[in-house]
Ligand binder design. Sequence first.
Ligand code: BGC
Length: 448
Amino acid sequence: MAALTGFAPNFLWGAATAAYQIEGSPLADGAGMSIWHRFAHTPGNIRGGDTGDVACDHYRRWAADLDLMQSLGLKAYRFSIAWGRVLPEGSGRSNPSGIGFYDRLIDGLLERGIEPMVTLYHWDLPAALDDRGGWLNPDIAGWFADYADLVYRQFDGRVRKWVTINEPWVIADGGYLHGVLAPGHRNRFEAPLASHNLLRAHGAAVGAYRASGRHEIGLVVNLEPKIPASDSPADVAAAQRADAYMNRQYLDPVFHGRYPAAMRDIFGAAWPDWPAADFASIGQKIDFLGINYYTRSVTRDDPQSGLLAAAAVVQPGSTYTETGWEVCPSALTDLLVRVAADYGNPPLYVTENGAAFYDPPVAHEGRVEDPLRVAYLREHLRAIAAAIAGGVDVRGYFLWSLLDNLEWAQGYSKRFGMIHVDFATQQRTFKDSARFYAQCIADAQRRP
Ligand code: BGC
């Protein structure tokens, strides 16, 4: 295959993970329980009764995992810090052993020439804070900024890229509207509140960073282009509602200091008047935006379909992943171009992109063939190169995910890794996609 072209020599080639999905040992060394630990241990929440108790056992195997990253030639690694390892009750008393884990991890990355990108919050809220209202309590912006400040002071000398929050939309929609993710609430009045407090917490953490941090900080959003199923006014309006809800609800306040007007139409009486002062903090300048892109959605008007009165239309002829997501690389190019055009061409990273496909459950003679993931990766990298060629400032790519891991409510049933994990033995095996990715990285170093 011809080498991929179009990436600058300093393009950051990375992979991403999140604490609860890979670490295991969730209560070790004085860590406080998280809402995901509690949710996973409540029967019926996670497919097959799976939990993050062991996951990839990365808490104990981290050094060997870093060796694997190095052997693939990764330039960067995006991981998250478990808030409750650092502050077992979420605020107040800190836990040196928990901080020590990330201290060793960061040093281990730097020793291997891999740049850390640290996410402060990837969904594992300390349960003690949930007991005080969690994302519904307005005080959470201050709790989060205090936690962030402690972590910046500890690591900012060595960490140059910080992410405040991963995917506020998923947290609010899955955790507070549909109840399929922790903390498992189903309440249309809570979802806007949780969402707004997530943005306030983001703003407070950016504010704290400006006081003590010396490098770059950004937000990670998951964006999903909404394409009208037809040019009928009803379908066009449905796609606009879906776009406002999933994409613009976060992009507009962060870059333009206001919510899209459509939010009030969508939530009706559940959408409050927000204090104008909040938007100065939410809309502070960020140094980059992280975009998680998995799929697009072709959308039609459907008055029977929930809050948005919109439904997705299956596309005959398209490939779908094991999580039911249409594979559509060209929508990634269009998305990057749109974000650049509508939001002032900010520096961008694709902070997650990847797919769960049916992989052989065990390695055979040291190999796991995953041709669909290889094709997915190749086509999405080409889609990014096309956006860069069009003038979009994309600075790096983080494959989701380094390892097969706990896919939240789907448990271990969905494998997103480029490295296969045998969960019975913790044996790691490079899938063909890992070898392919390593080759792309090596080629890009040779030929911009
Ligand atoms: C999340 C990951 C998740 C992935 C695949 C993203 O929404 O940030 O934690 O595993 O998508 O569903």
